[in-house]
Design a protein around this ligand. Structure first.
Ligand code: PMT
Length: 401
């Protein structure tokens, strides 16, 4: 981990803790100015290794084992967080006049940079060009995010949160488990337009589907995420297609289907849509006094059932997973639903619970198979449900081979 001199360096100890917790061996080097933002002692304590900041020995507390060549050879991945505009420029130029730049020049390990800077510095053509060159050399990036910046400006330039950088690290180190698979995931709710300003929506936040997409990407799959209504950022390494209505979702899903070896349909798709969405805002003054507004709703196509039928007809070796939001008789309803839809696995959520289903971080699910086999999982985070789900998908894929 290379730390350069930006205020976002205060988040580095949390990032180091996350990486150590995930079982990574971490060693830190800092630019001399970075030590003004974060103490090497904190990083040494968290990693259990010296955290160097000088190219030449002579630091009283840090013996000569901070050898930039040895460190460069040791690393499987070099993470630069925060990566300041200055450091990006120095990396592009191949400078090697401090411990950080010399180590990064000497390493053959892949490089992941987490830029953080003032929005004007980020948007400056010099920074854009430096980053473009670095990305062209294979350097990976995570962030920066938009928002309020420490310098008082608003805009893009905030370093990504430690959890997101940790996810990008996992992705860069790359599990091979799903390498070669293309996973198509749907997430979030659809919005069915009533008129130009109103729509019928639902409470899906997209968290469940995004967790599946992130986990599949972590396992090395190519992931196409068709996202309905959600405010979530795209997980690292995921290709995202934003859609509004169920009809748009169907188009996007059908277009991506031929490449998909796995489909996970976690989106909450509206079963009905207004028959004739108005092209102008409906004005209540146009209705006779006291009259109700009647909306005719027509059924939406059942995308999941259609995918299953197309897959059967084409003979494609594809695993299709549906979700089911059930409020009572969860298992019985899910057994009926899997028979109707024809998918390989159905994940039934008990949405009557306040800690499961829509718009919460946890979920309580049953995995239901077409032969009626039911597996109940305890209350888990949606990330953990995604892990369990993709483990089941891997077994089903093995059955196809
Ligand atoms: O997004 P979160 O806040 O994290 O919440 C997660 C979730 C509760 C939305 C998710 O876990 C979930 O249960 N998604 C499916 C919700 C749903 O639409 O259930 P359903 O029983 O109506 O549909 C069953 C399956 O058919 C789903 O895979 C759905 O995507 C699909 N479907 C439904 C209707 C339709 N017209 N086309 C479909 O493809």
């Amino acid at each position: 981990m290379a730390v350069s001199a930006g205020i976002a360096a205060y988040k580095v100890p949390e990032l180091v803790r996350a990486l150590v917790r995930e079982g990574h061996a971490v060693r830190c080097v800092l630019t001399p100015n970075a030590t003004r933002f974060v103490s090497p002692l904190v990083l040494e304590t968290l990693t259990g290794h010296p955290a160097g900041h000088q190219l030449f020995a002579g630091q009283a507390a840090v013996p000569s084992e901070i050898d930039h060549i040895a460190l460069a050879d040791w690393a499987d991945l070099c993470v630069v967080a925060p990566a300041t505009a200055d450091l990006l420029a120095r990396l592009r130029a191949g400078m090697a006049d401090d411990l950080v730049s010399a180590t990064l020049l000497a390493t053959r390990a892949p490089l992941l940079v987490a830029p953080a800077m003032n929005v004007n510095m980020w948007e400056h053509p010099a920074t854009r060009e430096n980053l473009e060159v670095l990305v062209g050399r294979g350097v990976r990036t995570v962030g920066p995010e938009s928002g309020e910046l420490a310098c008082g400006w608003e805009g893009q330039g905030r370093m990504s949160e430690p959890a997101e950088i940790a996810a990008a690290v996992a992705l860069a180190l790359g599990s091979e488990a799903m390498r070669g698979e293309t996973v198509l995931v749907t997430a979030g709710g659809t919005r069915e337009p009533i008129d130009t300003v109103r729509a019928i929506a639902n409470r899906s936040s997209g968290r469940m589907g995004f967790a599946v997409a992130a986990e599949a990407a972590r396992r090395g799959a190519r992931v196409v995420l068709v996202a309905g209504s959600t405010s979530l950022p795209t997980p690292p390494g995921v290709e995202r297609i934003d859609v509004g209505s169920a009809l748009e979702m169907r188009d996007a899903v059908l277009a991506a289907l031929p490449d998909a070896t796995v489909v996970v349909k976690a989106a909450a798709v509206a079963d009905f849509r207004p028959a004739s969405p108005q092209e102008h805002k409906i004005k209540k003054e146009t209705l006779p006094e006291g009259e109700s507004l009647h909306l005719e709703l027509v059924p939406n196509p059942d995308i999941l059932a259609e995918l299953c039928r197309l897959t059967r007809e084409s003979g494609a070796q594809r695993v299709i997973v549906g979700f089911a939001a059930e409020s009572h008789d969860v298992v019985a309803a899910a057994c009926r639903k899997i028979a109707r839809k024809g998918c390989d696995l159905l994940v039934a959520n008990d949405v009557s619970r306040s800690d499961a289903g829509f718009d919460v971080d946890t979920n309580a699910v049953h995995f239901v198979s077409p032969d009626g086999e039911v597996e109940e999982l305890p209350l888990l985070s949606k990330q953990e449900v995604a892990v369990q789900l993709l483990d089941r998908v891997a077994k089903l894929r093995d059955g196809h081979r």
